[in-house]
Design a protein around this ligand. Structure first.
Ligand SMILES: *Cc1c(COP(=O)(O)O)cnc(C)c1O
Length: 393
């Protein structure tokens, strides 16, 4: 078999066999609609209730505050459009950042067309939001602050508890897109003063197409998906029983092994970072050196197109990503890399490796060994690099 190293876990993850096992019965044998009234359906409804409890406990929420959705993008849309609609009498101002996922950014842009004003906060060179800047952006008309827990491209973890504190002091609803953090970083919605939180099962070894929105009790938010009375009348659509049970199983495994997994991944990540910075010239690590997801390493290689690098890595069996999966295929450089201050030509040469507990130490060595050769070959074909070498002598 040819070699295959999957280093794109920020895009999606492998469904664990235990998760698949837990789900299977709810497709074939126990396929009942949990909203139906007969006894079998009641059993399915009970399993969904248990799943809700497992997931609520993972972030110190109450069961009634967890609403299942069709994924992270839907949860982000619901949080932002829902608050905008519910509080439009109170104000029309939203604060977010320049480095959010497109599910947040494009939702905010949509609202701008409908009379809302959005402040897109800048970030520093590591991708961190400035707390003073955030606080001074708050106006009497501010109805929502939406700042991601951890960035999906560069891995930087934002000061969520501090932001929650500021939002609370000003009486502003606080949403965080925690899709990259849920099941990977400790989250406590009480201690962190989070009012709304988005998560998605497929980023933690669960199935695709199921996510959640945590809604703190008392938070004013309109419904997004109208229809039947599922999810306590807040989110219509036949309950995704199997998906929700898989999500809960994945959460259980993730929470139980979080510390161990993060230690393992961070050690390999650091090895990858150290070897690349040492052995490849003209390279830059993107994202904060310490405050970053344990599985994320993102680099810019000067004089190289990220897309060419990706193709060459793919030929060697290495799956990585340039920026986010949603934007590959477009030639625009990543909005995140531009926001941390990189010029266009450097932002174009970026690669994200996102590893997992499946990654082996020898995979890291293989990646670096192959990468060195590929970078050298691509640069030898680059007129820009040729000019640069002539200049520096
Ligand atoms: C993957 C991702 C999303 C989208 O989640 P889906 O479940 O794929 O819709 C949103 N935000 C972040 C930060 C993500 O990484």
């Amino acid at each position: 078999m040819s070699k295959k190293i999957y280093a794109d876990n920020a895009a999606t993850t492998r469904v664990y066999p235990e998760v698949l096992d837990a789900m299977k019965t709810y497709f074939d044998e126990e396929y009942w609609n949990p909203s139906s009234t007969y006894e079998s359906a009641g059993k399915a409804a009970k399993k969904v209730a248990e799943a809700r409890n497992v997931i609520a406990n993972a972030i110190n929420a109450r069961d009634k505050e967890i609403f299942f959705t069709g994924g992270g993008s839907e949860s982000d849309n619901w949080a932002i459009k829902g608050v905008a609609d519910a509080l439009r009498e109170k104000g029309n101002h939203i604060i977010t950042t320049k480095i959010e996922h497109h599910a947040v950014l494009h939702t905010c842009e949509f609202l701008e067309k409908h009379g809302f004003e959005v402040t897109y906060l800048p970030v520093d060179e590591d991708g961190l939001v400035d707390l003073e800047e955030l606080e001074s952006a708050i106006r009497p008309t501010t109805i929502l602050i939406s700042v991601m827990f951890a960035n999906n491209e560069i891995g930087t973890i934002e000061p969520i508890a501090e932001i929650g504190k500021i939002a609370k002091e000003h009486g502003v609803t606080f949403h965080t897109d925690a899709v990259q953090a849920f099941g990977h970083e400790p989250i406590d919605v009480e201690a962190m003063n989070i009012d709304l939180l988005s998560a998605s099962a497929h980023k933690l070894n669960g199935p695709k197409g199921v996510g959640l929105l945590y809604i703190r009790r008392g938070t004013k938010i309109s419904n997004l998906i109208h229809g039947g009375g599922q999810e306590n009348g807040r989110r219509a659509g036949t309950t995704n029983t199997a998906g929700i049970i898989g999500f809960a199983k994945a959460t259980e495994i993730a929470v139980e092994n979080m510390e161990k997994n993060n230690q393992y991944e961070a050690r390999l990540r650091d090895k990858l970072i150290e070897r690349i910075l040492e052995e490849v010239p003209y390279v830059r690590l993107n994202g904060h050196r310490e405050r970053r997801l344990a599985n994320n390493a993102n680099f810019c290689f000067r004089f190289i197109e990220g897309e060419s690098l990706l193709i060459m890595l793919d030929l060697k069996g290495i799956c990585a990503s340039s920026g986010s999966a949603c934007t590959s295929g477009s030639l625009d450089p990543s909005h995140v890399l531009l926001a941390i201050g990189l010029p266009h030509e450097i932002a174009h040469g970026s690669i994200r490796f996102s590893i997992s507990t499946d990654t082996k130490e020898e995979d890291i060595d293989y990646i670096v060994d192959e990468l060195k050769g590929i970078v050298e070959r691509l640069r030898s074909m680059s007129p820009l690099y040729e000019d640069f070498v002539k200049e520096v002598g």
